[in-house]
Design a protein around this ligand. Structure first.
Ligand code: E4P
Length: 224
């Protein structure tokens, strides 16, 4: 499973990239708004850190406006992926861009039929928002499962990107279902290598090693 970071913050992206397991980045208008940075400049900076897909979202809600924005965004770097909302105009723009060979991430997906249509339109990625469905007492992971089955039934190549991830268990379940990608906030990426038994076990190993070292040095014969 590929791992993307869901942020427009450069420090977070650098720290995740330094771990050596980062495959891409997703941004959205809300994440960019937190940064107080020029949108295009920031995307350029992100693409210098990460070679994998970097999703940049349009804010137009009509086909022609989306295409005009996409035409500017793809000039930033070769790894820019155009993020479009899962609405009818977005579907049309997805088809236009995909036919031109531009990679598209269809975002704000909340039900499997949106995912079916965007796959037919040639989307590179579809982003079902797991956490936002859970937030309103739905089952976000069930949508990932349904999309996986539909795509497998018909052999669609569109990658399922589990988005709106809130905690490590979301990632475990997405991986068990077979989501192709998870996009994860930095805070949750940092939790992925944590376990209290790893910490306490390591502490004990190091303490025992210190004892072994001091025993060895006390057994050394005194030099004549
Ligand atoms: C995905 O690309 C979105 O940026 C993101 O996962 C939204 O998550 P949220 O529900 O935490 O805002």
């Amino acid at each position: 499973m590929d791992l993307y970071i869901d942020t427009a913050n450069l420090d977070e992206i650098r720290q995740a990239a330094d771990m050596g397991v980062l495959d891409g980045v997703t941004t959205n208008p809300s994440l960019v708004a937190k940064e107080n940075a020029d949108f295009h400049d920031r995307l350029g900076e992100i693409c210098e850190i990460v070679n994998g897909p970097v999703s940049a979202e349009v804010v137009s809600t009509d086909h022609d406006g989306m295409i005009a924005e996409a035409d500017e965004l793809i000039k930033i770097a070769d790894n820019i992926v155009i993020k479009l909302p899962s609405i009818v105009e977005g579907l049309k723009a997805c088809k236009t861009l995909s036919d031109r060979g531009v990679r598209v991430n269809m975002t704000l997906c909340f039900q499997p039929l949106q995912a079916l249509l965007v796959a037919k339109a040639g989307a590179f990625l579809v982003s079902p928002f797991v956490g936002r469905v859970d937030d309103i007492s739905g089952d976000g992971m069930e949508i990932i499962q349904q999309i996986r089955q539909i795509y497998d039934n018909y052999g669609y190549d569109t990658k399922i990107l589990a988005a709106s991830i809130r905690h490590p268990l979301h990632i475990v379940n997405a991986a068990l279902i077979g989501a192709d990608v998870c996009t994860v906030p930095f805070k949750v990426i940092a939790q992925m290598m944590n376990h209290p038994l790893t910490d306490s076990g390591l502490k004990k190993f190091l303490a025992d090693w210190e004892k072994t070292k001091s025993q060895k040095s006390s057994k050394q014969p005194a030099m004549a």
